[in-house]
Design a protein around this ligand. Structure first.
Ligand code: SAM
Length: 180
């Protein structure tokens, strides 16, 4: 998909507006784009002034991300289902972005737990966007989250906020890690 340029759920202007409203002034903050694909959003975070690392398990996507980046950004090839990425400094990240990737992982809840306990600093935030899937779609397709799954994403987090886009069948969820 990456090499053919096919992308199923392109970033909507509505989602970008929401992100900009919710995360103003993140200049200099440390961010990770988990499941960064070809790095479109990673480059956006970088252009916003963040110190960002992109992570994806697809070597071809990471190659394209590296080629597209005007100045060298750190990209890591890593399977997010296999634990924390190499080089991660525990509890150092201000913002983890994970667009349309959590639902593709073998154990989404284990990944969310690791982000909360190992990646984010106290009070750090995780931004997720996921296609809102019906029960049937969740059983038969890969990707997308059911209402039941979306409803319990906030378990264990200090604060959870959800926004449903009107232009796409996508839910955006912001989770804040406990303050200490
Ligand atoms: C739908 S794409 C989203 C790409 C990107 N987040 C964006 O918004 O443009 C899902 C991405 O998750 C990556 N991915 C899926 N499973 C993964 C895993 N276990 N570890 C790391 N990346 C994974 C895929 O390679 C793909 O780049």
């Amino acid at each position: 998909m990456a090499t053919s340029g096919v992308y199923l759920h392109p970033l909507a202007a509505e989602e970008l507006r929401l992100f900009e409203q919710r995360f103003p002034g993140h200049r200099g903050k440390k961010a990770v784009d988990a499941g960064c694909g070809t790095g479109d959003f990673t480059r956006y975070l970088y252009a916003s002034g963040m110190d960002v690392t992109g992570i994806d398990w697809s070597p071809s996507s990471i190659t394209l991300a590296r080629q597209a980046t005007p100045c060298p950004l750190p990209y890591v090839i890593h399977d997010l289902s296999l634990g924390d990425p190499p080089g991660l400094i525990a509890r150092s990240v201000d913002l983890v972005v994970c667009r349309q990737t959590v639902s593709l992982l073998d154990d989404p809840d284990a990944f969310l737990y690791r982000v909360r306990t190992n990646w984010l600093r106290a009070g750090g935030q995780l931004y997720l966007s996921e296609v809102r899937a019906t029960d049937h779609e969740a059983r038969t397709l890969r990707g997308g989250m059911t209402e039941q799954h979306l409803a319990r994403l906030g378990d264990g987090w200090a604060h959870a906020t959800r926004y449903d886009l009107t232009s796409q069948r996508v839910a955006c969820v912001i989770l804040r890690s406990p303050a200490s």
